[in-house]
Design a protein around this ligand. Structure first.
Ligand SMILES: *Cc1c(COP(=O)(O)O)cnc(C)c1O
Length: 399
């Protein structure tokens, strides 16, 4: 299992120093106050990276926990909730809202584009009676990036709280929680942050805290109740035993990002994504999206004659490489290249592009130029000065 090459839009590759941090001796997180300090510091570092003074928590559970917890904590029976839908995860919020008794009203748009601010504005002019809205930052199955800097302040103008799923964007795309007035921002450990799967990151604004407090009924459930975290630091008390090794790994992964600099990390993603998209188009494949490209993942249409599932099976069987297609109705038509976090390294990506190229050719695809040549061409065109200087080259031996 451990000799495979894995390159998917999460879980992403985990750097050695993160794996080692998870193997270090631990204390009892329930009784040792040093852990409370360590936990708080880790949360504060994350807050700095995502631009917020809001309370930040790390929850024990993969990203989906955050999505459900936000809906569980905010929704009371009969609450109207705006579900902004231009992707599979976007629409998925409908289930969490209705599961907790809310009435989900969908604002659905074309899945090949990012959310159009003007049409959202027009929609809100007619109907804005919502307790909160759900928005996906990067909807991973298709790679669409929504402009939170416009969407969240617009919703705020109508007094609508915002729940943002940034699991697949956080750290690979700009996220300014306070500036953009995001009430609940959600992240996961296993995407661009590049720690193993298992942790949810959540930041909660004062407005959201107030909404929890003003509930007329109690939250159904304990694990998904975000309200229980409020006084953990003053009380030196966690709702359940914290997965200390996971958090030590996450802390190291966050330090890796801080050492690189968040701006540098975001630019690294942008360079790689831009070159990847251009390379695929020149290669003769079509991108799924018309606009709103996230720097964390590229969705490429695979001709029916080859089939995306067949392509990844070939790469698996012949090149020992785990790639991923899309989800739902797109599972056999889209290949996803998950250049996020530790995957967003030129040295890894060129190997993957070569595998994709060789698999395509062997499955009958006609092309003039190799995908790697095209990637190199565009990468050096856009990022001349960065090629030699890739941060990774300088720090890869540091543990
Ligand atoms: C990965 C991801 C999650 C977490 O869910 P899993 O499907 O369990 O990995 C949530 N939202 C988005 C947009 C994601 O990409």
């Amino acid at each position: 299992m451990n000799n495979k090459i894995v390159y998917t839009p999460g879980p992403t590759n985990v750097r050695e120093n993160v794996r080692l941090a998870r193997g270090m001796k631990t204390t009892n997180p329930d009784v040792d106050n040093d852990f409370v300090e360590f936990y708080k510091k880790t949360c504060e570092k994350i807050g700095d990276i995502i631009g917020t003074q809001n309370d930040v928590y790390i929850l024990s559970g993969e990203g989906i926990l955050g999505l459900e917890a936000a809906c569980a904590t905010l929704t009371e029976s009969g609450d109207r909730v705006l579900v902004i839908d231009n992707g599979i995860f976007g629409r998925g919020f409908e289930d969490f809202v209705s599961m907790y008794g809310g009435e989900a009203i969908l604002f659905s748009e074309d899945y090949t584009k990012d959310i159009d601010i003007e049409s959202l504005e027009t929609f809100l002019e007619n109907d804005s009676d919502f307790k909160y809205a759900t928005i996906v930052h990067c909807d991973t199955p298709t790679g669409v990036l929504n402009d939170l800097s416009k969407i969240c302040p617009l919703l705020k103008k109508y007094n609508i709280l915002t729940v943002v799923d940034s699991v697949a964007a956080m750290v690979g795309e700009k996220l300014e929680v306070d500036k953009w007035q995001v009430d609940i921002a959600l992240g996961g450990s296993q995407k661009a942050i590049s720690a193993p799967a298992g942790l949810t990151i959540v930041s909660i604004s004062e407005d959201a805290q107030l909404a929890f407090k003003n509930r007329k009924t109690k939250v159904t459930g304990f694990y998904c109740n975000l309200g229980i975290w409020e006084n953990y630091y003053q009380d030196k008390w966690f709702p359940y035993t914290m997965p200390i090794s996971d958090i030590m790994g996450l802390n190291r992964a966050i330090d890796n990002i801080i050492e690189e600099g968040i701006e540098n990390a975001i630019n690294r993603h942008k360079r790689i994504a831009t070159a990847t998209r251009n390379a695929f188009v020149d290669y003769g494949l079509e991108l799924f999206l018309e606009n709103g490209y996230s720097s964390t993942v590229t969705a490429v249409k695979i001709p029916e004659s080859i089939g995306a599932l067949n392509l990844i099976k070939y790469a698996y069987d012949v090149y020992n490489t785990v790639l991923s297609t899309s989800l739902g109705e797109y599972s056999n038509s889209i290949l996803r290249v998950g250049h996020m976090g530790e995957n967003a390294r030129v040295k890894d990506l060129v190997g993957i592009l070569n595998t994709i190229d060789m698999s395509m050719v062997n499955l009958g695809f006609n092309r003039d130029k190799s995908l790697v040549d095209l990637f190199n061409k565009y990468y050096s065109l856009y990022c001349k000065e960065d090629v030699e200087n890739e941060h990774y080259n300088r720090i890869q031996f540091q543990v």
